[in-house]
Write a protein that binds this ligand. Sequence first.
Ligand SMILES: Nc1ncnc2c1ncn2[C@@H]1O[C@H](COP(=O)(O)OP(=O)(O)OP(=O)(O)O)[C@@H](O)[C@H]1O
Length: 240
Amino acid sequence: MTGRVPLFEAEDIVMRFGGVVALRKVSVTQFEGETLGMIGPNGSGKTTFVNVVTGHLAPQEGRVRVAGAEVTRFRPHRMAAAGITRTYQAVRVFRELTVADNIATATVDAPNRMDADEIAATLDWLQLGHRLNVAAGSLTLFEQRRLEILMRLVQRARLIMLDEPVGGLSATEVRAMLQVLGDLRRRTGLFVIEHAMKVIRELADSVVVMLAGEKLMQGTPAEILADKRVVDQYLGRAHA
Ligand SMILES: Nc1ncnc2c1ncn2[C@@H]1O[C@H](COP(=O)(O)OP(=O)(O)OP(=O)(O)O)[C@@H](O)[C@H]1O
């Protein structure tokens, strides 16, 4: 399609760890206004891909471009300054610091940060306003996940790459998180790694399927769920 603006373009990414090839010439482009999902068996390279795009790993080969500019091997803070950020499977917030201080750390060195009114509105939306003076380590996992998202939003991230955002949540919390993510994708670009197909089906416009470090295919949730290779290689195993 023409006229679509890429949020990021990753081209022919190769990432090796010693003898392990985690990514074998993987190319993915995410366009503005589109939510991308990524699925695949354990060890297929999903987290490694997110780490390359967000600057946490420097690939041996390939290129990453953001808004047309080459950013390959930029460090995470430069990627964040370009608007490309991630959250973690095991949440990373400063557990000893209060929610308010966690937010303050996220706005340091963020030239484009939200102003106080916008932060207050976002806190409200994420239902964390009443928790400002609580140590982040005493929040529930669901609250910590929302705090992590908030910390990216206050930096005005253009893309948040979420690594298993519903992992470890209860069924009720999963439903609530789906609502949060449904709203979130109207505020920023979303890229979601998930094993929970419900999340992928509800959120993703397009899904990249990874297998053994390669992109097996990409398509709409309906297309990938109907693909025999995906069912055999991934869904069959996940269900087994
Ligand atoms: N820092 C590292 N050092 C060595 N090997 C690594 C490192 N990070 C990842 N790998 C290897 O790279 C491959 C891809 O791992 P990766 O974590 O990207 O997979 P994944 O699809 O995210 O898996 P999961 O669903 O379990 O999170 C695996 O073989 C893994 O063991």
